[in-house]
Design a protein around this ligand. Structure first.
Ligand SMILES: Cc1cc2nc3c(=O)[nH]c(=O)nc-3n(C[C@H](O)[C@H](O)[C@H](O)COP(=O)(O)OP(=O)(O)OC[C@H]3O[C@@H](n4cnc5c(N)ncnc54)[C@H](O)[C@@H]3O)c2cc1C
Length: 439
């Protein structure tokens, strides 16, 4: 249940919108198709408010979605849904056009504002608000095409394109207040509800675009140690200037270096060691432009800032019998797990797969761990053993016990293992995973 809170909450807000719409009467006579069209638009405003709220990275999202990384899955689904709803609204509105003010009016009987009269507030501005809606739609289409084109681009450019969605969103809201056939002010349930929704959506968008970068990075650290833990992977340790963040094993934070010549905009990284007061550590692999540039230039004495911690990837929330699956740099949360004092009742098998000996972060450390940690380590070198498969896991873990699986690694490996493990007969209580992807 805890893991479904977020989606249930989203569903609840959509259902509430539908209920408020059902009990509200339009302020003039409009054809049913137009009423449904406006219901679609109301749902779209709710979806956009959620999209914007998720972009704030508020700590509440970790609780609601069981980790900020998971909330981004809904961010994606809701963004697509919102855009589809725009199209539904636009084209169904056209279908009911004959019932709007204009020449093709149909007599639908008397309405509170006279037979097919223009909606309140639109009397002189109908053309203007209709033009505004078209502009908003056009901008959405241009930005969607740009975002699709930018999909393979550097994440920062992709993120900047996303910020531009604020413009058509804003125009869409103006269009709503200017041309809704329902009461947008006053005490109507739908009007009040959508005012709240728009307030959340707009303030969230303004905060995430204008203030997040300036206010969220509260804790500053100085780099005290750098070491190579695998090919193209550095471990960076920092000491807090004042008060360091309080984090749990398995959590991640956003980090940015801001010094001249070392501009490293905010990126998410798992804290790769168990909690130490006023100290933080990351293992960073060069996976793109920024990380490659950072690893070439970072030096002891550099300063960086981090946000409060995020994520709910926590082995202590699982059952006592666990299987940990780590792929490459996905070892980082498990490293912080095994450094913590694992309670003796836990029985854990750690499967660690990596491309080759040179590319496995913390491999030497994990080899020595096998001796006395209570964790059974299964190393899987892709070069010599091929891909890790469910059969490798099922061979080592008895099928008589129910296990909680924790996975962190490449998404294709997760999808493959999650599917295969179901068929190989392993009794899985829950499959937890950390997603290293926000796109
Ligand atoms: C929760 C989480 C934990 C992570 N932990 C680690 C870790 O411990 N060690 C490690 O080496 N890597 C980790 N990553 C991956 C790391 O964030 C990316 O490799 C890094 O951001 C790549 O940046 P780039 O500019 O070099 O590459 P790009 O080519 O620009 O980005 C590659 C991918 O990284 C992700 N990414 C880049 N920038 C951001 C950003 N600002 N916000 C969100 N996602 C972004 C996107 O999914 C993007 O597709 C983690 C990612 C997430 C989401």
């Amino acid at each position: 249940m805890r893991k479904r809170q977020g989606p249930l909450f989203i569903l609840l807000t959509l259902i509430l919108t539908f209920i408020f719409w059902s009990v509200s009467e339009p302020l003039r006579n409009v054809a049913p198709v137009r009423q449904y069209s406006e219901m679609a638009a109301s749902l779209m405003l709710v979806c956009f408010a959620w999209v914007n709220f998720i972009s704030t990275r508020h700590p509440l999202l970790d609780s609601l979605f069981h980790g900020l990384d998971k909330s981004y899955l809904y961010h994606k689904v809701l963004s697509i849904t919102s855009v589809l709803l725009i199209f539904v609204h636009r084209f169904t509105l056209d279908a009911g056009k004959g019932n709007h003010y204009g020449e093709n009016r149909v007599n639908l009987g008397p309405g509170p504002h006279g037979l097919n009269g223009p909606p309140p507030g639109v009397e002189n501005g109908a053309e203007l608000f209709s033009g505004i809606a078209n502009l908003s739609m056009l901008l959405f289409i241009v930005l969607i095409l740009l975002a699709l084109f930018a999909w393979k681009m550097n994440y920062e450019k992709w993120k900047n394109i996303h910020k531009l969605f604020f413009i058509p969103y804003m125009i869409g809201i103006i269009h709503y207040y200017g041309s809704s056939d329902y009461a947008v002010t006053g005490l109507s349930a739908l009007g009040l509800w959508l005012n709240l929704v728009n307030l959340v959506g707009l303030t969230s968008a303004i905060y995430s675009i204008g203030f997040y970068e300036r206010t969220a990075f509260q804790s500053r650290y100085v780099v005290t140690n750098i070491r190579t833990v695998a090919k193209n992977t550095l471990e960076i340790t920092g000491k807090a200037f004042k008060k360091g963040i309080r984090y749990k094993e398995g959590q991640f934070t956003f980090i940015k270096f801001t010094e001249e010549g070392k501009k490293f905009p905010s990126h998410p990284f798992t804290i790769s060691q168990s909690f130490r007061k006023n100290e933080i550590q990351f293992a960073i692999k060069a996976l793109g432009d920024h990380t490659s540039a950072l690893l070439e230039s970072v030096q002891e004495g550099d300063t960086f800032a981090v946000t409060s911690p995020h994520g709910r990837f926590d082995y202590k929330a699982g059952s006592n019998r666990q299987v940990w699956l780590a792929g490459g740099i996905g070892i980082t949360p498990f490293r912080s797990f095994y450094q913590s004092a694992i309670p003796p009742q836990y029985s854990i098998d750690l499967f660690y797969c990596y491309n080759n000996e040179a590319e496995g972060p913390y491999l030497d450390e994990i080899k020595t761990l096998a001796a006395g940690s209570g964790i059974r380590v299964h190393l899987h070198d892709l070069q010599t053993k091929g891909f890790l498969g469910a059969e490798d896991i099922c061979e080592a873990v008895p099928k008589t016990e129910t296990v909680d699986v924790y996975f962190c690694g490449p998404e294709p490996l997760r999808i493959k293992l999650e599917r295969e493990l179901k068929t190989c007969g392993l009794r899985i209580g829950y499959f937890h995973y950390e997603s290293f992807q926000f796109k």
